[in-house]
Design a protein around this ligand. Structure first.
Ligand code: PEP
Ligand code: MN
Length: 360
């Protein structure tokens, strides 16, 4: 179901919001000098929006938890001296009050906060009657409904300059990324709220600076609207998120090398694109027909198991089947991970069908 939000045409007034919208700045404001040096270097490469964490929601206590309100004066200086707009994270009503009092231009709600409807509602209530852009990060857990709920709460408070930030999801299994991007979730958010801009945060997805460039390109290839990238004048000595921050000149390199592809193609090319899409539609039709057939057979197996009183799941059979399918897939150029995911989903659906038959 499409969710209708009342969203303004321009996300941030006073700046050119054409794609990609770029925001950058340190994970945390640390000292006035660090903030000013980083800001000046960013302004030089044309960045228009400066981000900096003032209050930092750290996973464990006794880590650096942000400089607090003192840093808001530094952000004022950034505005005065560079003309950039400023953005900070707010996690409670006090943060909102302090940020507004100090003329911060843009607020964002962090991933730990957007996972908590009480906190989001309190922030929303404190924003009633204020016309400031608010960016809502995805909750740490991969739950698109919770993300939509947070956006709805802020929008219901009258905030129409609203966008989402995709920063990946916590995962117990540590993979290549600090936070698993699970791109299908922001893609689903786009489907559900088509007029909402989605900005990607490759820094918190990656956790390491080497992965940032590829993630930026991927975000653009998926047609997302902007990037929020952590930068620091001396990243290796940053007080938080050191390994993922990049120097402004590195950011400049990334932005200059981003390939921006257009959504539509000219007429001549689009004929072939149309033809290819027809082929894809036909193939998908076949995929679904085959799956339908497969479920019919699974139900027959269910009937057999019911009559002979055997369990639905026989793990050894499943193990052999999966290994075999992965090998067949590999020979066809499909990755093991992909085949494993597809077969896990097929197997789950198949068990569901067998269960229905057995419990009749
Ligand atoms: C941040 O942007 O510095 C931050 C704390 O991000 P997140 O809420 O995504 O962890
Ligand atoms: Mn950070």
């Amino acid at each position: 179901m499409i969710v209708n939000l009342n969203i303004a045409d321009t996300l941030i007034e006073g700046i050119d919001c054409k794609k990609p919208l770029i925001m950058s700045g340190p994970c945390s404001a640390e000292t006035e000098e660090q903030v000013m040096t980083t800001a000046r270097d960013l302004a030089k490469i044309g960045i228009k929006i400066f981000r900096a964490g003032i209050w930092k929601p750290r996973t464990r206590p006794n880590a650096f938890e942000g400089v607090g309100s003192e840093g808001l004066a530094w952000l004022k200086r950034v505005k005065d001296e560079t003309g950039m707009l400023t953005a900070v994270e707010v996690a409670n009503v006090k943060h909102v009050y302090e940020a507004l009092k100090n003329n911060v231009d843009i607020l964002w709600i962090g991933a730990r906060t957007s996972a908590n409807p009480f906190a989001v509602q309190e922030i929303a209530d404190s924003l009633k009657g204020v016309n400031i852009p608010v960016l809502v990060k995805n909750p740490v857990n991969p739950d698109v409904e919770l993300w939509i709920g947070a956006l709805e709460r802020i929008n219901a408070a009258g905030i129409t300059h609203l966008a989402a930030i995709h920063r990946g999801f916590s995962d117990y299994a540590k993979g290549q990324y600090r936070n698993n991007p699970q791109w299908t979730i922001p893609i689903e958010l786009r489907r559900r709220i088509p007029n909402l801009q989605i900005i990607v945060d490759p820094s918190h997805i990656a956790g390491k600076r080497d992965l940032i460039m590829d993630l930026c390109q991927h975000a653009m290839d998926l047609d997302f609207d902007g990037l929020i990238i952590e930068s620091h004048c001396d990243p290796d000595h940053a007080w938080s998120d050191a390994s993922q921050q990049i120097q402004p000149e590195h950011l400049d390199y990334i932005l200059k090398n981003l390939i921006l592809r257009s959504q539509s193609v000219d007429n001549k090319q689009s004929v072939t694109l149309e033809e290819l899409r027809v082929q894809i539609d036909k193939l998908d039709d076949e995929v679904l027909k085959v799956l339908e057939q497969r479920m019919i057979v699974a139900e027959k197996i269910g009937t057999f198991k019911k009559e002979n009183n055997v369990t639905i799941l026989q793990s050894s059979r499943w193990d052999v089947l999966l290994k075999q399918r992965i090998n067949i897939g590999l020979a066809k150029g499909l990755s093991a991970d992909f085949v494993q995911k597809i077969y896990s989903a097929i197997h789950e659906e198949s068990i569901q069908h067998q269960k229905t038959v057995m419990n009749k």
